[in-house]
Design a protein around this ligand. Structure first.
Ligand code: AMP
Ligand code: GLY
Length: 441
């Protein structure tokens, strides 16, 4: 990788990938941009190839050869967990992604929990059940220990639906029956983790990591449930904001000393190593008294929709960071720098999401919304046909507002939301509210 101008291929099709592609367009190191499979919004910035699927590694390689791609950036977890980095490495293609083994930190909850235990990364107490009979008896043990409830997690990838919080033994028994006998997640639910339910507030810590150096972005917070007030089923994420006003010095010190440093020691000591983005999903217990962070999950990629609020605030050259990560040169950056501002992202979803949802609704008002200053719109489930944008997914658009205060960022994003129309558009009206309680600015 000696060029100073790179042809970059981004893999993925969501709001996260649109934000990545948009950020890449600002890089002084960018020659040209490609995206597989992309979406309607991404097609404004990159040449998209929507006929190739993300599990078609050979076709992806053909595309790379044909277009003389210099660097591949992987957005979602699936290709990393399936080993795209290992596959393309045989052809000496630089890939911004963890290897198949490294991606097990997301791809196997059992692997992740054992790693955390071994390297003293605070996480909920847990047991592993290898089969249904064992799970049934372990449930009783865990419930007698943790009367407040437990969480059952399918070992493998389950599209964000694999963790079920159970407040009663009956609920827990139903859950393991669904996962291990009815196999609703197929092989992913053959083994499960059963863990203590934690109580507190969740935040996301997302960092670049080259195996030696780890560089966290600012803190962000997702809104996973579909309805206001964190009610209803989990989704891929209905909104996010950053930075998070309630991360105190004392909490930050614990995040660094107990989580980030122990993670780094763990990947070195175990010789797993790491290259790419590592996402720590944290639960903070006792926020107002003795805050204690626990890792709920690792993800081996950027968060969605967290990326949509993080990248607009990042001042460093994103492509340069990617290159330094791949080349194990991240130590060249002592710290990442961010605008002294807030960003808030409201997700517009199709009626029915996160279950079966409507599609092919015409979207209007995008230009008007984008004209508002400090507004960015990242597409997720859209497609462009005859110069019109149509809905094509559950999460359709990410409407981002930037402001000097969190309140200002929230107001700006909702002003833009009001300008956009598609039939039965759905969104949460309380994105950022949890941060406002603590925002003294
Ligand atoms: P995970 O896939 O492990 O991130 O879990 C998905 C969601 O389930 C998290 O974002 C939390 O809202 C919830 N969750 C997971 N583990 C726990 C836990 N031990 N206690 C309470 N909630 C949890
Ligand atoms: N925002 C949660 C995730 O990306 O997994």
């Amino acid at each position: 990788m000696k060029n100073t101008s790179y042809k970059v291929l981004v893999l993925g099709s969501g709001g996260r990938e649109h934000a990545i592609v948009w950020k890449l367009t600002q890089s002084e190191f960018l020659h040209s941009l490609y995206c597989i499979p992309g979406n309607g919004g991404i097609s404004k910035h990159a040449k998209i190839e929507s006929s190739i699927k993300l599990n078609e590694f050979e076709k992806i390689y053909e595309f790379i050869k044909e277009n003389k791609i210099d660097i591949v950036i992987v957005g979602p977890e699936q290709p990393s967990v399936e080993g795209i980095k290992d596959y393309l490495s045989q052809y000496k293609i630089p890939v911004f992604s963890p290897t198949k083994i490294q991606a097990q930190l997301e791809g196997s909850k059992i692997f992740a929990k054992k790693f955390m235990k071994k390297y003293n990364i605070p996480t909920a107490d847990f047991v592993v059940a290898e089969n249904y009979e064992q799970a049934k008896s372990l449930l009783k043990e865990m419930f007698s220990k943790y009367k407040d409830g437990i969480v059952i997690k399918a070992d493998g990838l389950a599209a964000g639906k694999g963790a079920v919080v159970c407040n009663t033994l009956e609920e827990a028994e139903n859950t393991i029956y669904e996962m291990m006998i009815k196999k609703i997640f197929d092989k992913a639910g053959e083994k499960v983790v059963i863990e203590k339910k934690l109580n507190g507030i969740e935040i996301s810590v997302i960092a670049f990591c080259d195996g030696e150096t780890i560089l966290p972005l600012t803190y962000s917070q997702d809104h996973k449930q579909i309805y206001d007030g964190d009610k209803g089923p989990n989704t891929g994420g209905m909104g996010a904001y950053s930075p998070v006003p309630f991360v105190s010095k004392i909490l930050e010190e614990k995040i660094y000393s107990q989580i980030i440093n122990n993670f780094l020691c763990g990947i070195k000591d175990s010789q797993i190593g790491y290259c790419g983005v590592i996402y720590f999903g944290l639960m903070i217990e006792n926020l107002n008294t003795q805050p204690q962070p626990y890792v709920l999950e690792f993800n081996c990629r950027f968060g969605d929709p967290e990326t949509q609020v993080l990248l607009p605030l990042l001042k460093d050259d994103f492509l340069q960071l990617v290159i330094h990560t791949i080349n194990k040169n991240l130590h060249n950056f002592s710290k990442l720098s961010f605008e002294n501002k807030y960003a808030c992202c409201v997700v517009l979803a199709s009626k029915g999401y996160p279950l079966e949802y409507e599609t092919s609704k015409e979207i209007t008002g995008l230009d008007e919304a984008e004209k508002i200053s400090d507004v960015l719109i990242f597409h997720a489930g859209t497609k462009k046909i005859d110069n019109k944008f149509l809905t094509s997914g559950g999460r359709v658009l990410n409407v981002v507002g930037i402001g000097k205060t969190l309140q200002e960022a929230i107001n700006t994003s909702y002003r833009a939301v009001d300008k956009i129309y598609f039939e039965n558009k759905y969104f949460r009206t309380d994105i950022g509210k949890k941060g406002l309680i603590y925002d003294n600015i």
